[in-house]
Design a protein around this ligand. Structure first.
Ligand code: ADP
Length: 422
C-alpha cells in the first residue's frame, strides 16, 4: 500500500517526480487525474510505495486547480497515503493569482495543517534558491528565458514576492546558513513558533542542501517543491524496477513539440536539421482546424514510409517571433489551438500505428495524455535529468511516451531519446 502521495500540477512534472522517486527506491505509479486512481479502487497502486497524481492545473482557473488538487488529495488518502508532496515547476511557473499559493493553502486546510516548506530548487537542472531568490543556471529567474513564457511569464525572482499575492499564509525565509547547519538545526528552525502558520521558502543550492531540507521536513504532512526535494526521500528498495518498453525498435514514432522554451527551440533547430519536420501555424488552425490537423497527420504517415528510423517532428515554435501575442487575433487563442491540434495529431497518429511519442512542453503533454485517454504511466528508461520514457496505458492500448518539460533535455534529444528504448 502506498504511503507517499504526490500531486503534480502538470504531466511532465509528474513523470519528473516519479522518475526521481523510482531512482530513490520507491515503486511508483503515476495516475492521470484523481479519477484514474479512484475508478480502480486502488488496484493499480496496491504494490506501489508512492503514487503521483498528474494534473493539468498549472494554468487552470484557480477554483478548478484547487478542486482537482483536493480531489487528488482525497483519492490519495483513500488508497492509504499519509504523507503528501505538492510538486510544481522548478521555475515556480504561476501567475499573480496562482495556482501554487491557492493549492497549497487548500491542501493544508484539508489536512488540518498550518505550515509547509517551499522548495523549488533543483540543482541537476540548474535551478537554485539563494536568499529567497530563484536562479536558473546562475541567472536570476526574471532574466532567464522564462520571462518570455506564453502562459506564465516569470518577471520576478523573489519567491516571497511571487507567493505573497497568492496565499493567505505569511511567507518566510530560512536561509542557506541555517540549511548548512544540518537537518537537526534546520528542523528546529522550521519548528520555531513564529513560523507555525507560514509557508517557509528554504534556500538550497546543492543536492546535499536538498537532502538536508528533505530530512528536516520529514515530519511535515505536506511538503511543496520541484522534483529535487525528493532526492532525500529514500524508499524501501535500492532502485525500484523500471517498466519495459511497450514498443519495439522500428515501430512508428513521432515528436510533437508545443513548447516555446529556449531549450526546446534549440532542440527544434537540431530536429529540423536531422528529421522530417513540419510547423504548425495557429492562423491556419484558426482558418481550418480539421484540414490542418489532417495535413499534419498525413505528413507524419508519409514520413514513416519515406524515412523509416527518422521520427517526424511536428512543432509550433522555432523562433520567439513565432509566439502569437494574446491580443493579436480574433477567435481561439494560439496556446489553446496549438494544444488541441497537437493532441488531435497524437490521437490520430496512435490510431494510425504510432507507438513511441516524444512530447515537448508541460501543458502540451497534459493535452496529449488526456487526448490519448491515458490512465496510468509506469516509469521506464531515463533519457536525461527530468525526462524519462514511460509506459502509458489507456483505452486498451499501451504506448511509450516521453513527456519533456520545455526547458529540459539536451539539444539532440529529439534524435537521441529513442536509443534508451531499444
Ligand atoms: P513549456 O513546458 O515550455 O512551458 P508548455 O507546453 O507548457 O511548454 O507551454 C507552451 C504553451 O505555448 C502551450 O500552451 C502552447 O500551446 C503554446 N504555444 C505554442 N505555440 C504557440 C504560438 N505560436 N503562439 C502562442 N502560444 C503558443
Amino acid at each position: 500500500m502506498p504511503t507517499l502521495g504526490a500531486i503534480a500540477d502538470d504531466f511532465t512534472g509528474a513523470t519528473d517526480l516519479a522518475t526521481m522517486l523510482v531512482a530513490r527506491g520507491h515503486r511508483t505509479v503515476v495516475a492521470v487525474g484523481p479519477d484514474a486512481l479512484s475508478e480502480q479502487g486502488g488496484e493499480a497502486v496496491r504494490d506501489a510505495d508512492a503514487v503521483v497524481v498528474a494534473l493539468k492545473s498549472r494554468t487552470a482557473p484557480v477554483e478548478d486547480a484547487v478542486g482537482t488538487s483536493l480531489a487528488a488529495l482525497r483519492a490519495l488518502r483513500r488508497v492509504g497515503c499519509r504523507r503528501f508532496y505538492f510538486k510544481y515547476c522548478s521555475t515556480f511557473d504561476s501567475t499573480p493569482r496562482g495556482n501554487i499559493g491557492p493549492v497549497t493553502d487548500a491542501l493544508l486546510a484539508e489536512l488540518g495543517e498550518r505550515r509547509s516548506v517551499v522548495v523549488p530548487s533543483f540543482p541537476a537542472t540548474g535551478r537554485t534558491v539563494r536568499e529567497g531568490s530563484l536562479f536558473v543556471h546562475g541567472e536570476l529567474l526574471e532574466r532567464s528565458p522564462m520571462r518570455h513564457h506564453p502562459l506564465t511569464p516569470m518577471r520576478d525572482s523573489r519567491l516571497s514576492s511571487l507567493l505573497e499575492p497568492q496565499t493567505r499564509h505569511p511567507v518566510r525565509l530560512v536561509g542557506l546558513d541555517t540549511v548548512r547547519l544540518g537537518a537537526q538545526a534546520l528542523r528546529a528552525a522550521l519548528d520555531a513558533p513564529e513560523l507555525a502558520d507560514a509557508l517557509v521558502v528554504v534556500d538550497a543550492v546543492t543536492d546535499e542542501d536538498l537532502v538536508t531540507v528533505c530530512e528536516a521536513s520529514m515530519h511535515l504532512p505536506l511538503v511543496t517543491g520541484a522534483a529535487g526535494l525528493a532526492l532525500g526521500l529514500t524508499g524501501p528498495c535500492a532502485e525500484a524496477a523500471r517498466a519495459e518498453p511497450a514498443s519495439r525498435p522500428g515501430d512508428p514514432a513521432v515528436v510533437l513539440s508545443g513548447s516555446a522554451s529556449s531549450a526546446t527551440r534549440a532542440q527544434v533547430a537540431h530536429g529540423r536539421a536531422h528529421l522530417p519536420h513540419l510547423k504548425l501555424d495557429p492562423r491556419s488552425l484558426r482558418d481550418d482546424f480539421a484540414g490542418t490537423v489532417d495535413a499534419l497527420v498525413a505528413f507524419a504517415r508519409r514520413a514513416w514510409e519515406s524515412t523509416p528510423g527518422k521520427p517526424p517532428l511536428i512543432y509550433a515554435v522555432a523562433e520567439l517571433s513565432d509566439i502569437e501575442e494574446p491580443s493579436s487575433a480574433d477567435g481561439p487563442a494560439a496556446p489553446e489551438l496549438v494544444e488541441r491540434a497537437l493532441s488531435a495529431c497524437a490521437a490520430d497518429l496512435v490510431e494510425a500505428g504510432a507507438r513511441r511519442l516524444l512530447v515537448a512542453g508541460g501543458e502540451t503533454s497534459g493535452a496529449v495524455v488526456t487526448a490519448l485517454g491515458v490512465r496510468t504511466l509506469s516509469i521506464g528508461a531515463p533519457i536525461s535529468p527530468g525526462v524519462t520514457w514511460a509506459r502509458a496505458r489507456g483505452r486498451g492500448r499501451t504506448v511509450d511516451l516521453a513527456l519533456k518539460s520545455g526547458n529540459f533535455g539536451g539539444t539532440a534529444i529529439f534524435t537521441e531519446a529513442w536509443s534508451a528504448l531499444a
